[in-house]
Design a protein around this ligand. Structure first.
Ligand code: UD1
Length: 379
């Protein structure tokens, strides 16, 4: 029997117009952590835009049939784009593995996604978070330096702003204050290391992309967010309730100073976020670009938790069971971006809005009720 996701792939490929132009292939980029949610969507956009990629991932947070195979997410990306993804099961802390890689390929730049990312886990295991996220980045930049590759895009987060002193958050907002967990601090510490690196050697060109709340999936439904554990974040939890994998959603806090009492966030569609990396790459390879610069990737508009629940119900036609519960420790009331700097300097703007975020999440969830492992569950 042909699995559902494969049928949808064939359908998607038949309706999406193939690019027949033989435009020149662009540079080769090293992608760390490319098997994950943001990495896999970014790679799909990069391959469509004629970049070549070499991906490393230690498979700690993405599904692969076994240790020697490429993650399922990347096999799907290959199917979707009809392009090859070179993959190595390499950890960013493995200096000799990294050095070998830099000697084997000619990288124009590195996009660094690899990191641990659970806020709650980081409170329990701070040392692992600093080891992976901070020391791991140090190991990567050391290998880049040794091999004279000095262009880097770093996956940062709005969490570096801590509790907002004003809204919307601009890139000038102070960072590093009142960050409530080791995950957030690891992003802030790494930003500081990268800034110091760029001050120390003006050959380095570094872009820090501060993501707001990435949600959604590729419109084909072939790739999407696939948490290996119980989801911590709102959208994957919500969609697992919609599909019946979880009984109800706990809405954390209904007494925030917001119109409906629930927290407000700047949800951004994963495809917009992925395209933001392409614009950053173009900026980085422009000879006029110098130093280290941070950009917000958000829509500039906030939606409350209950507004997202209602939008999801509308597009999915399913009722979402939810319970209003206590606030989650460390959560903020309202967070949204001022994305104007990215518009001005990267020529980037988020185009996809809340219904599309929900529709695409729902398509991915419906087609892959158990994430990337769905194929194995087929009879
Ligand atoms: C969190 C982290 C952020 C990280 C991001 C993505 C903090 C303060 N924020 O963002 O650093 O980059 O995850 O990993 O550390 N909610 C519910 N029920 C749920 C889950 C969430 O009501 O089951 C609510 C939250 O209270 C919040 C909103 O939904 O108001 C968004 O939560 P979430 O998706 O976890 O993202 P953030 O907390 O904004």
């Amino acid at each position: 029997m042909i699995p559902y996701w494969l049928l949808s792939c064939l359908l998607y490929l038949s309706i999406s117009s193939p690019k027949l132009s033989e435009a020149k292939q662009k540079a080769t980029v090293l992608i760390t952590g490319g098997g994950g949610y943001i990495g896999s969507h970014t790679i799909a956009e990069m391959l469509d835009d004629k970049y070549s990629v070499v991906v490393i991932d230690n498979l700690s947070n993405c599904y692969a049939f076994n240790d020697t195979e490429k993650p399922e997410s990347l096999k799907r990306v290959e199917m979707l784009t009809k392009k090859k993804v070179i993959f190595h099961n390499t950890d960013i802390r493995d200096s000799s593995g990294l050095n070998k890689l830099f000697k084997s390929y000619k990288f124009a730049a590195v996009i660094h996604f690899a990191a641990l990312k659970s806020v709650s886990e980081s409170v329990r295991k701070p040392v692992e978070y600093y080891e992976n996220n901070v020391a791991g980045t140090n190991s990567l930049i050391q290998a880049m330096k040794n091999n004279n590759v000095k262009k880097l895009i770093y996956s940062s987060s709005a969490t570096v702003y801590g509790s907002p002193q004003y809204l919307p958050l601009t890139e000038k907002h102070p960072t590093g204050q009142n960050i409530t967990n080791p995950y957030g601090k690891s992003k802030y510490f790494t930003e500081e290391i990268l800034k110091d690196l760029s001050y120390s050697d003006n050959e380095w060109k570094i872009i820090l992309l501060r993501y707001f709340n990435p949600v959604g999936a590729h419109p084909s439904g072939l790739i999407g967010e696939d948490p290996t554990d119980i989801p911590n974040n709102l959208m994957p939890y919500l969609s697992q309730v919609a599909i019946g994998r979880r009984n109800h959603l706990d809405v954390f806090g209904s007494d925030y100073p917001t119109p409906d009492g629930t927290g407000i966030r700047d949800f951004i569609h994963i495809t917009d976020l992925a395209i933001g990396h392409l614009r950053a790459l173009e900026k980085l390879t422009n000879p006029a670009f110098k130093g280290c610069r941070a950009y917000n990737l958000g829509t500039g508009k906030g939606y409350s938790v209950l507004e997202l629940v209602k939008a999801f119900e509308r597009v999915s036609g399913r009722r979402i069971n939810y319970k209003l519960t206590e606030r989650r420790k460390g959560d903020l009331a309202i967070v949204y971006a001022d994305p104007k700097l990215a518009e001005k300097e990267l020529n980037w703007i988020a185009k996809r809005y809340i219904d599309q975020m929900c529709e695409d999440t729902w398509r991915w969830q419906r087609q892959n009720p158990n994430g990337y492992q769905s194929d194995q569950d087929e009879p």
